[in-house]
Design a protein around this ligand. Structure first.
Ligand SMILES: [Zn+2]
Ligand SMILES: [Zn+2]
Length: 351
């Protein structure tokens, strides 16, 4: 079968690889329907690593994905603990925690030190035609959720977890720094949770426009002093909760400057240089609560409910559809932020 494999920084090739083997107990074989390209994939593509995670043989990327079940291994049940069947459309949670370590037992499977993750070395991801996945990672989705939206359930899950960590109360004021798909979904969830007002910041005009369409008061960080406009808008108070969902080093300090005294900071973005930059005095004098978001916790069921009821729109975040053969070009384009790119969906076996 065909697979898009990362060989090194800026080097993705569409290769022929062997088909997946026989489906084992608890697993399912899926025909991959669609895969979203994520900011963390771009980190791997641009830097050849993410944080201290590197790889030493060609890796199939892709962790935001959905597909159709082709074969079911003995006793395979889905994430809802229901038996899975051939022909079902499923969204796949890429994380597989061990569920038997202390951290898992304490209710933090997203922090499991023994976990594997589809698309992160050494586990191959979904930019291929077929793959075997654990049944437990599969969540059946209704036909009303498109293939593209099915891949964005992963992004929505990350945003739900971030909002959970923000402990939003009705009418809390919120700022979101970074209006990529995760930032925009945090913004939409904050609106849905009753936050008001919601402020947003980015430097790409089309993403700022999306933030405005989503109900935020949004500014371009290259055109204003973001901290000054935020303080002017809040009468110098700052906001209750700030979500940092950009990649830029200075955006963490910006987030700290935007929070009110005693406010909360949720850090979701992943900096390219793997460093956190913040003045200690800002955080200390304000007594900020700083929370680092790590992936998500069993958020697919809630993400599916929000998408099915249209409480959260997903399809409008998709800016490009490409084929598996287009993947090398699509990564290059996405890494340069050309053509008003927001979310690229790779359609592998469109329904
Ligand atoms: Zn992702
Ligand atoms: Zn564990």
């Amino acid at each position: 079968m065909k697979a898009a494999r990362l060989h090194g920084a800026h080097d993705i090739r569409v290769d022929t690889v062997s088909d997946p083997g026989v489906v084992g107990p608890g697993d399912v074989l899926i025909r991959v329907g669609a895969v979203g390209i994520c900011g963390s994939d771009l980190h791997m593509y641009v830097d050849g690593r993410i944080g201290d995670t590197t790889f030493d043989s060609p890796l199939i990327l892709g962790h935001e994905f959905m597909g159709e079940i082709l074969a079911v291994g003995d006793g395979a049940v889905g994430g809802h603990h229901q038996p899975l069947s051939v022909g079902q459309r499923v969204a796949v949670d890429p994380a597989t925690p061990c569920m038997r370590c202390e951290v898992c037992e304490m209710g933090h499977p997203n922090l499991c030190p023994n976990h594997t993750f589809y698309g992160v070395y050494p586990t191959h991801g979904a930019l291929c035609e077929c793959m075997i996945v654990h049944g437990h990672n599969c969540f059946p989705i209704p036909d009303s959720i498109s293939d593209g939206a099915g891949t964005l359930l992963e992004t929505l899950g990350v945003a739900i977890h971030a909002v959970d960590l923000g402990h939003l109360r009705v009418a809390d004021s919120v700022a979101v720094i970074g209006c990529g798909p995760v930032g925009l979904l945090i913004l939409r969830l904050a609106k849905l949770a009753g936050s008001t007002p919601v402020y947003a910041f980015d430097k790409l005009p089309w993403r700022i426009e999306k933030a405005r369409e989503s109900g935020a008061t949004a500014w371009n960080v290259d055109e204003v002093d973001p901290v000054a406009v935020l303080h002017e808008a809040t009468g110098g108070r700052g906001v209750d909760v700030v979500f940092e969902a950009a990649w830029a080093d200075h955006s963490v300090q910006m987030a700290a400057d935007m929070a009110r005294v005693g406010g909360r900071l949720v850090l979701v973005g992943i900096p390219g240089d793997d460093q956190l930059h913040m003045r200690h005095g800002t955080a200390r004098r304000k007594g900020l609560s700083i929370i680092m978001a790590r992936r998500m916790k069993h958020t697919y069921p809630r993400a599916i409910k929000l998408a099915t009821s249209s409480a959260i729109e997903l399809d409008d975040l998709v800016s490009h559809h490409v084929t598996l053969d287009d993947v090398p070009r699509a990564f290059e384009m996405n890494s340069r932020y050309e053509d008003n790119v927001l979310k690229i969906i790779v359609d592998i076996a469109p329904a």
